[in-house]
Design a protein around this ligand. Structure first.
Ligand code: DQA
Length: 146
C-alpha cells in the first residue's frame, strides 16, 4: 500500500522551532523513520511538507488520481483555519489520521478547534513525534483489514 504523509506550515522548522513544545527532532528525522518502518513492512511512504496551502491542496488532488491508500496529516496552523484544506481532504476520498506533536487541547483556546477531527478516522496529539509512528501503525493495520 502507499501512504502519504502531509506536513503543514512551519513544520520544516522542527528541531529549531520552540523545541520545548515540538521537540528536538527534525522533520527529516521523522520522515526517514516513517519511511523505514513502512518499507520494512512492504509498503511505500511518500511525504510532503509545505508552507503554502495550495501546494497541500494540489497534492491531495493528485493523491486521488495516484491511488494513495491512506493519509497521515499534520495540518499544523491550517488545522484551525483552513476550510479549503478540509474540502481537499474530503475531495480526495482517502481515509486519514490527524496528528499533532503538541497537546493542542492544553494550549491556547484557538488551537482547540480543528477543521479535520470530525472527518478523521482518528486523532493523535500530545505525544510528540511518536504520534506519527503510532498513526502509521494504525494506518497499516486498517489497510490490512480492508
Ligand atoms: C501543531 C499544532 C498547531 O496548533 C500548530 O499551529 C502547529 C503544530 C502540532 O503538531 O502540535 O504548527 O499542528
Amino acid at each position: 500500500a502507499t501512504i502519504l504523509v502531509l506536513h503543514g506550515p512551519n513544520l520544516n522548522m522542527l528541531g529549531v522551532r520552540e523545541p520545548e513544545v515540538y521537540g528536538h527532532e527534525t522533520l527529516q528525522d521523522i520522515d526517514e523513520r516513517l519511511h523505514a518502518a513502512a518499507s520494512e513492512q512492504g509498503h511505500h511512504l511518500l511525504h510532503l511538507q509545505s508552507n503554502a496551502e495550495y501546494e497541500l491542496i494540489d497534492r491531495l488532488h493528485e493523491a486521488r488520481a495516484e491511488g494513495i491508500d491512506y493519509l497521515i496529516i499534520n495540518p499544523a496552523a491550517f488545522t484551525h483555519t483552513s476550510v479549503a484544506l478540509r474540502d481537499a481532504v474530503l475531495a480526495s476520498g482517502i481515509p486519514f489520521i490527524e496528528v499533532h506533536l503538541s497537546n493542542v487541547h492544553g494550549r491556547e483556546p484557538f488551537r482547540h478547534h480543528s477543521y479535520f477531527s470530525d472527518i478523521a478516522d482518528g486523532v493523535i496529539c500530545g505525544l510528540g513525534s511518536q504520534g506519527y509512528d503510532l498513526a502509521l501503525q494504525a494506518a497499516l493495520r486498517r489497510i490490512k483489514s480492508n
